[in-house]
Design a protein around this ligand. Structure first.
Ligand code: 13P
Ligand code: SF4
Length: 302
């Protein structure tokens, strides 16, 4: 009998001493071959402590880049080199330097959804799972330059009231599509449902949430909650794991067209090919990586 793709991947993974890290938005069959599935924070932590020689990163470019920065001695490869993040591309170093010059006393908090060059210009990174904790940890800073996600920045500014925020005007083109009326409609159909909203959503959408959570936070909350029905306002890939981990509970997307095309570029075949050829490696300029590592390590130590 011909070997299945999954079996071939498992064999090659052993041969290469590789680990497969997969983001929660990836397609189901890719999630199923993962050694670890998680949100951006969980994946960064996993990348920092793995004993593998090769990390196959199934997500988008900034995630693999972050892994390459944290683990400079490991080979980090991506199954599809075109999987980028439009939000990460909405900021330039030149632009950030201008904002820094206009606010010389401010601390720069950089959402991990950004390029290594932006992280290198920042004081500390954050993810959607730890954003409030990270901003609160900056005791001495009265002013925060938050980049590049204006919605995540606005969200944390509503939580941390004693600091002034300067927000870069980037956003996620997938999460911005989830509108308050989508939640209202879903609530009409499922009035008993708990509403989980990702903080990359618009403030008007976040305002309708029972819980504002990262993707990892959503998985934890759904598991421990006594509720049986959930409306999920984020990229729909996460519904696969939510349903798999909670077969007796119901999950409804707030908006079924909230799909990140970049997250869907990775397929099982591409995972196999990347392991066969050890392609495509993600590398970061040494000087930039050294500076970006400071901001990422600071986040991981909070
Ligand atoms: P988290 O999985 O960290 O919540 O991030 C969402 C996201 O958009 C990643 O690109
Ligand atoms: Fe970037 Fe949004 Fe896709 Fe996440 S969901 S990778 S933030 S475009």
């Amino acid at each position: 009998m011909a070997e299945s793709l999954t079996e071939k991947i498992a064999e090659l993974k052993k041969e290469r001493n590789a680990v497969i890290l997969v983001h929660n938005y990836q397609i189901g069959e890719v999630q199923d071959v993962a050694d670890y599935t998680g949100d951006s924070l969980g994946l960064s932590i996993e990348a920092s402590k793995t004993a593998a020689d090769v990390i196959v990163f199934c997500g988008v470019h900034f995630m693999a880049e972050t892994a390459a920065i944290i683990s400079p001695n490991k080979k980090v490869i991506v199954p599809d080199v075109n999987a980028g993040c439009p939000m990460a591309d909405m900021i330039t170093v030149e632009g950030l330097k201008k904002v820094k010059a206009a606010h010389p006393e401010a601390a720069v908090v950089c959402y991990v959804n950004s390029g290594a060059d932006i992280k290198a210009e920042s004081d500390i990174c954050c993810t959607s799972a730890n954003v409030e904790k990270i901003v609160r940890s900056l005791y001495d800073a009265q002013e925060i330059i938050f980049v590049p996600d204006k919605f995540l920045g606005n969200y944390v500014s509503t939580k941390v009231r004693d600091k002034k925020f300067v927000l870069w005007q980037g956003f996620c083109p997938t999460h911005v599509k989830i509108l308050p009326q989508h939640i209202v409609l879903a609530k009409q159909k499922h009035p008993e449902a708990k509403v989980m909203v990702h903080p990359e959503c618009r403030p008007e959408t976040i305002a309708l949430a029972d819980e504002v959570l990262s993707t990892g936070g959503m998985l934890k909350y759904a598991k421990k909650s006594h509720a049986h029905c959930f409306i999920v306002a984020t990229e729909i890939g996460i519904l696969y794991t939510l349903k798999k981990q909670n077969p007796d509970k119901s999950f409804y997307p707030a908006f079924s067209e909230a799909i990140c095309p970049n997250m869907k570029l990775t397929t099982l075949e591409k995972v196999l090919w990347s392991l066969e050829d050890l392609e495509t490696p993600v590398t970061v300029d040494r000087e930039i990586a050294d500076r970006a590592r400071v901001a990422i390590s600071k986040m991981l130590s909070v």
